[in-house]
Design a binder for this molecule. Sequence first.
Ligand code: ZN
Length: 467
Amino acid sequence: MKNILLIICDQLSAQALSAYGNTDSRTPHLDALMARGTRFATAFSNCPLCMPSRASFWTGRYPHQTGVLSNGREFPVTPISSDVPTLGSIFFAAGYQTVHFGKCHDAGTLRGFDCAEIARVPVEATDPTLPVNYDTEQDRDATNKIITWLARDESRPFFAVADLNNPHDICNWIGRFEHDPIPPISDPLPALPTNLHRAEGEFERLPLPVQYLCCAHNRQAQIAEWDEHKIRHYLRAYLHYVSRADAEIGRILAALNARADAAETLIVFMADHGDSMGGRWMATKHCTFYEETVRVPLVFAGPGIAGSGRVAEGLVSLLDLFPTLCDYAGLPIPPGLGGASLLPQLRGEVVAPREYVAAEWHTEWGFTIEPGRMIRTPHHKYTHYLESNGEELYDLHSDPGELRNLATDPAHITVLETHRQILREHAARTGDGYFNLTWKAAPRWRSHTPGYRHHRGPTAPMEVSSR
Ligand code: ZN
């Protein structure tokens, strides 16, 4: 039995890492890990929101199957039923030490793991333009605690999780600098994203939840009046919090390497979802399914894994984590999972490409409810939102920045119909009652000129919260 060390970041886009093409990012420890393992080029989160994504990968089921559809508040989350197998419960029953350090936000899906209590510990900010908040402070405590745990001498195999918050501290950064000017800095700023601006008239062709993302999403509203200079500062700060996560990961991997059984340990690295990274003038994540928010890093390194920086092509999703780890450990894969084992690819075998992967959205806090679905095929992305039957279709080869919505273009009706059919069949096959759900958005959250730069005043959550 091999050990498993699973390292998770919160809100880390694949494209924020140098291995995935980012030339401004500095992550030496993750680079080294990827250089000796296999990374998946196109791995997707099944929901761009913490709790639904986490409940999904800890159980290997789609959000509509776990019932964990939001982060709570006005749309409360019901913890999953005790008869649903979780990764922790499967590995605990198989005799592993199952331990978890860091962010939970799991709606009961960490069942089977012994979860350490995490506190905030002081972390010095190195730069007044890059303040630290609870995300960074909890990461330090989680890292310290897993390092202490790894130093113990214990013969039983382990499944240990380091569940880091960063680069999620970017959310606090946006709030901190919403109005305030940023003090001058000496180092260069990252380049603006190439897909920063939508062309004139494009907003009106988007599904309403996307047009009015700002009205449902506090962080999106907070950047409405920013200029390009501030977007570059946002990217700089985001990459800073990425590098903070990388530094903690370096400490964890050093602690692992100090163990006699380090070479007998599978290391997995991933993120629950991504961040908009300024693409299309968007911040953090909400109801949209653009590559920045749903494409995540997924890396495996260790015994039995084809190494030397191998890149596995083809569509995979975080639903594949559960069956892959069971398969790797020689444990039976429970029935009813949404994904499939990636072990053949990890051994270096060539497998038939998947037709598609799917992601879902329901609501963040329940103040607006905008059910949506994404079907990502090798060349295209199709999204559907119930509100006004909104659709998007992007050709990811000719338009990787997802700026030209082809769903309203008669020339692409055949491709559109194909993707509509995939979604219908996917919903039927997975028991997804999506098409019978209802959306909710008060008229005042659909009232300004389309486009989030026109947003002024409170968002739906802020208004309701301040009543
Ligand atoms: Zn708005």
